[in-house]
Design a protein around this ligand. Sequence first.
Ligand SMILES: [Mn+2]
Length: 348
Amino acid sequence: MKFIHIADIHLGVKPDRDKPWAKERENHSWQAFAEVIGQAKEEQVQLLLVAGDLFHRQPLLQELREVNYQFSKIPQTQVVLIAGNHDHLTPESCYRTFQWEHNVHFLKEEQMEYIELEGLETRVYGLSYWHKEITKSLYRNIHVKEGDYCNILLAHGGDEKHIPFRNKDFESTDFDYVAFGHLHKPSEIVKDKVVMAGALQPIDCNDFGEHGYFQGEIEDHVCQVQFVPLHYCEYVPLNLKVSQEITQGALFEFVEEHVKKAPSYQKFKITLHGFCDWGTSLIPEELRELEQVVQVTNQCKADYDFENLKQQYGQQILGRYIQALEKMPQDEITKKALYYGVEALLAE
Ligand SMILES: [Mn+2]
């Protein structure tokens, strides 16, 4: 049986709101979702697993219709989905009464249930979030029911407020495959068996690295999966250590060149650090104007004139502190101790 496992599509999310490409980013979740449907059709997968947070917030009826339309294009594929914390089932949620296509199965109970997929000899277990948070470890010690089936767990969580678990809870699981969602970074918790799909595309500029979905095959209880990246957007951290010697012009050009060489779907989150004082300089603002730069954080610290401070504070604690550190080996640790010590003493 061939399958695709996606999670955290977050339809309706609006990343990079204050950027010129905001409108484009808003479409990415829908485009990526439609691409997965196209892939499911082309690869003739029998099962599509949607592991929660299909929507960024409560879906509107119209949005459910759009999603259902996409699912209607793959009638040969069984679709199983659960609600996550973002799109949890409120009492008024449109999710509760929506009429899905025949191939779509929504596990909407708050307690674990399973759906038996005819013709596939497969049972998919899962539950939906009815609240924003679930602090109980509901996935610990769950076992499959009797019968010769391929057993899959569709799950959502992994941090302390969202069904916490430890990786070792799953080391000897009964399930043939566990399809997780919630944490945005894709990872194989147990190789080819327990998989966090990661967000289909990054939701904000802290979701670094590649995003996409997992495609796999289960045959005689043996599963194999493969990560398939989608490149609508990828955020890349760019940490630059600067020193007093570098000029603003050189730094600007360096970043500009670096960005120019990168593929256009990459967006950079720049952090400047090091000991450097540009006074009232505008360099972080200027970098922010560059194409493909999503954020600039200036963590540079002012460089002190220690010689001058030593003279000025002579026999006071500050002066003696500088003298004492000058006698120590001049390595990175001493430099940091000097810097932070002077900063603290000056603040007093
Ligand atoms: Mn979530």
